[in-house]
Design a protein around this ligand. Structure first.
Ligand code: SIN
Ligand code: CO
Length: 375
């Protein structure tokens, strides 16, 4: 299913992105759910899938984590099942992320899907990330408040909430409505009837994550072996003093490591192309031979990217799930990076190059791309 978004992106970005929450009524016309509540419940029974159940009775909140064995204990009210990274496990749901690709892939994270019965929700809270919450089947009342400093508290060890807030948006959402919420705006969704919600979530690294990721790269690549030198060290009366120029020299030494563009780009490409959620990697058995790939594509089969696989381009290099891939056909590499499904035309004469076919075979045999009949 192709989801079409009725949205003027430049205008949206100028007015709302990272600035103000907004409800886009009927952002997707004739919305059809990509999965059923039963399918979602089934996914939450799988070991690899990250899920939780949140319920409340008379102000007492409960959270339990999947995989779940049964849902028999649940009543008809006040609970919600939330499943992370469904785009990694369910291709039809992954299609919901496509219309948001006007925003760059490196900023996206995952598709979280929730199913709520009447009264269900996770309570008033803040998120650190931008999110587009699409209403699927059912109706839900969404409230969003102003971004003001708010104390967070835990009504349950696994649940972070804020106190009640005054609403700047207070609406009932119906199928196809899209609620955009920037980081830090308190919000709460309260289900009016059995309801599915799809959250297209974004990711924005913190300075802490960046420094720690870069430190890992420095260690793995054995960079930064040079040591501090001070052939002109000023003798001092007060031995405890670190001179400002000495501290500055140390700071400069650290900055020099980051300021090597080739290393910086390689690190960032590797770092940001890693997925934060498990991938459904299932290498084909037996592995594909290059000529089988040639045959499949020339016979009209299409090649699909594994859901959630991050493929990003930086300074002409393409990074796939934390690794740079090189290739002598830059135009094809661009297609692989930008499209999630490819056919013979996307490959052009690269298909006649045995070394390209061998590379493509390696990507397919590692489970990163697949032909439709595999899944
Ligand atoms: C939900 O779908 O219930 C939670 C989405 C959110 O508030 O981020
Ligand atoms: Co939220």
């Amino acid at each position: 299913m192709d989801y079409q978004l009725e949205l003027n992106w430049p205008e949206f970005i100028e007015k709302y992105w990272q600035k103000r929450p907004v409800l886009i009524k009927r952002g997707i016309k004739n919305f059809i759910d990509p999965l059923s509540p039963d399918e979602l419940a089934g996914l939450a029974m799988e070991n690899e899938v990250d899920s939780r159940l949140v319920s409340h009775q008379a102000d007492k909140w409960q959270v339990s984590h999947g995989p779940f064995e049964s849902y028999d204990h649940l009543g008809e009210h006040n609970w919600s099942l939330l499943v992370q990274a469904v785009d990694h496990w369910h291709p039809a749901s992954a299609a919901l992320m496509q219309p948001f690709r006007a925003l760059p892939d490196w900023r996206t994270d995952d598709l979280m899907i929730s199913f709520s019965v009447p009264g269900g929700g996770v309570g008033p809270h803040l998120d650190q990330y931008d999110v587009f919450i699409i209403q699927g089947t059912g109706r839900r009342r969404w409230r969003v408040g102003e971004k003001i400093p708010m104390k967070q508290h835990c009504p349950h060890p696994d649940l972070l909430q804020v106190d009640p807030f005054e609403a700047i948006i207070d609406e009932e959402t119906e199928a196809g409505d899209i609620l955009y919420i920037p980081p830090g705006f308190p919000h709460e969704g309260f289900s009016l009837e059995a309801s599915l919600n799809y959250s297209v979530g974004f990711r924005a690294p913190s300075g802490r994550e960046l420094i720690s990721g870069f430190a890992d790269y420095v260690l793995a690549n054995e960079l930064g072996s040079q040591r501090f030198t001070d052939p002109d060290v000023p003798a001092r009366d007060e031995p405890s003093v670190i001179l400002p120029q000495e501290a500055e020299g140390i700071r400069q030494m650290m900055l020099d490591l980051i300021q090597q563009p080739a290393h910086f780009n390689q690190w960032f490409g590797e770092f940001i192309s890693q997925s934060r959620h498990e991938l459904d990697i299932a290498p084909p058995e037996p592995p594909y031979q290059p000529d089988e790939i040639y045959d499949a594509l020339t016979q009209g089969d299409s090649l699909h990217r594994l859901g959630g696989l991050r493929v990003l381009t930086l300074a002409g290099n393409v990074y796939v799930n934390g690794e740079a891939i090189s290739c002598e056909h830059p135009a094809v590499l661009r297609q692989l990076a930008n499209k999630t499904a490819l056919t013979q035309d996307d490959f052009g004469d690269a298909l006649d190059d045995p070394s390209f076919l061998a590379q493509l075979a390696a990507l397919i045999n590692s489970g990163y791309w697949y032909f439709n009949d595999q899944q």
